[in-house]
Design a protein around this ligand. Structure first.
Ligand SMILES: Cc1ncc(COP(=O)(O)O)c(C=O)c1O
Length: 347
């Protein structure tokens, strides 16, 4: 399908005005020279009008588009205590005069006297904030499940009071949210075409999988050859690829297209998140320092630092040859640089 066809289909969807688009596509000159590969960065960290943008802004445009059309006055969503998605939902709610309610699983327990990073921003945005802390011995997945149960009970109470609630899943990872990255892929693909570039690969950080699903749906719809390298930031379990292929296909169906995405299409890179979500590692620390010191661009320790360390690993292993062009999708997350020491590590 052509760029114009896909654009037209996306334009028919409900979309709220949020963020700044298109985001810049920038060549990393010094790093390209250093590494012998033509490296670019797509600045989706610049999407947000509140100062701290990121990939969630693209998803929230479509999620709020639907919420506003359905007459919602309140958004309820979930995430970790320093979730970028949750903070961006709190911000997006302010832009459109909605109430935001956040149920956050406190993997790293915050000091109530010293809220940092996204938690601090959530407070500034006057968000209805519910922190769910782990019981002794409880794992993170279980705390997350519990926070969703608590959120759903709260939604019932709100609805009983006459509020119109739109529930948004963790990471905004549903078929409507992923449309944001069908559009994100379309945008970077169009920019590349205009500049005569043909990216061998696009690298990005992958958590809830909504970004990956949208990117893959966009790639398949446009029949683009760029490989999508999805660098996991947490242990995602065995059914992840299957579930995200379904998600991608549901987004395509919303656009009136068929099931184009198969589980095998995803390149899930699992070797870069250890020791775990919101836990730093030496490769990510090196990647963050290297990009900051050669190009003056900041990454974060939870998502983009780990994804960029995978890209550096592949280049250093010789996966790309001289003249190949590769793009890194910067998905934001800079606030984590001001979070708790356990998250920042040795930066
Ligand atoms: C900065 C950043 N990058 C990447 C991701 C991963 O995106 P997704 O949840 O769509 O996989 C997130 C998700 O929270 C994020 O905050």
């Amino acid at each position: 399908m052509t760029i114009e066809d896909l654009k037209e289909r996306l334009e028919k969807m409900n979309k709220a005005d949020l963020g700044y688009f298109p985001t810049p596509l920038v060549r990393l000159d010094r790093m390209s020279q250093d590494l012998g590969v033509d490296l670019y960065i797509k600045r989706d960290d610049f999407t947000g009008r509140c100062l701290f943008g990121g990939n969630k802004t693209r998803k929230l445009q479509y999620l709020l588009g639907k919420a506003l059309k359905d007459g919602a006055d309140t958004l309820v969503t979930y995430g970790a205590s320093q979730s970028n998605h949750a903070m961006q939902t709190a911000w997006a709610a302010k832009v459109h005069d909605l109430k935001a309610v956040l149920f956050l699983a406190a993997l790293v327990e915050p000091d109530p006297e010293d809220y940092r990073a996204n938690l601090l921003l959530n407070r500034i945005f006057d968000t209805d904030l519910h922190l769910v802390t782990p019981e002794p011995g409880e794992d993170f997945a279980s705390v997350e499940r519990r926070s969703v149960d608590l959120g759903r009970n709260y939604i019932q109470d709100l609805e009983a009071q006459g509020r119109k609630v739109q529930e948004i899943p963790m990471g905004g990872a549903d078929p409507v949210g992923s449309l944001g990255y069908v559009e994100g892929f379309l945008e970077v693909y169009s920019q590349a075409k205009e500049r005569g570039l043909d990216f061998k690969a696009l690298y990005h950080a992958c958590g809830s999988g909504g970004t990956m699903a949208g990117l893959m749906a966009g790639k398949k719809a446009l029949d683009a050859s760029t490989a999508i390298e999805s660098v996991l930031v947490l242990d995602s379990g065995d059914s992840y690829g299957r579930v995200k292929a379904q998600l991608a296909n549901e987004s395509l169906r919303l656009l009136g297209l068929g099931d184009l995405v198969k589980e095998e299409d995803f390149h899930l890179r699992k070797d870069f998140y250890a020791p775990g979500y919101e836990r730093p590692n030496a490769q990510a620390t090196e990647a963050i320092q290297y990009l900051a010191r050669t190009e003056g661009i900041l990454l974060d320790p939870v998502y983009t630092g780990k994804a960029f360390s995978c890209l550096l690993h592949d280049i250093r292993e010789g996966r790309y040859k001289k003249g190949d062009s590769v793009v890194f999708l910067h998905t934001g997350g800079a606030t984590a640089l001001f979070s708790e020491k356990e998250i920042i590590g040795d930066l």
